[in-house]
Design a protein around this ligand. Structure first.
Ligand code: AMP
Length: 123
């Protein structure tokens, strides 16, 4: 994966309102919206508004306010969607081996049914 942020990635276009999304949460730092191809009854993507490529980039470069706002939003959305009672999963795919398709940091928030094992195959 390149280390230069691509302003033409699809989530950057969503943030600029060039592409619509089904928003479920927004504040000064964070936007969250429904995944266009849901893998579970609840499948939300949570993204920072800042230009961060990956969880590693975000963790290393984001401000404390951005990091706090991001994880508070993940927790709030999970609660709003009533996910904690049954359990849920958060995923941040990164780079080639992680299967990351969109190079703007995002966390998948998945729940609403038993999700099975963490990975399809063992090591
Ligand atoms: P990842 O493989 O972790 O980069 O995940 C990218 C996710 O973005 C996939 O689950 C896609 O279904 C989702 N996605 C791609 N385009 C859109 C879009 N326009 N609106 C909502 N979700 C999208």
């Amino acid at each position: 994966m390149t280390s230069v942020y691509d302003d033409n990635n699809i989530f950057a276009k969503i943030l600029r309102r060039e592409i619509p999304c089904q928003s479920v949460y927004e504040d000064d730092y964070v936007l969250a919206f429904r995944d266009i191809a849901p893998k579970a009854p609840v499948h939300i993507l949570v993204i920072p508004k800042g230009r961060y490529i990956s969880v590693a980039d975000f963790g290393a470069q984001a401000t404390a306010d951005e990091i706090t706002a991001f994880w508070r939003a993940v927790a709030k959305i999970a609660n709003d969607m009533e996910l904690p009672a049954g359990g849920f999963r958060t995923i941040a795919n990164t780079g080639l081996h992680g299967g990351q398709e969109v190079p703007h940091f995002h966390v998948h928030l998945l729940g609403g049914r038993a999700l099975g094992p963490m990975l399809a195959q063992a090591a």
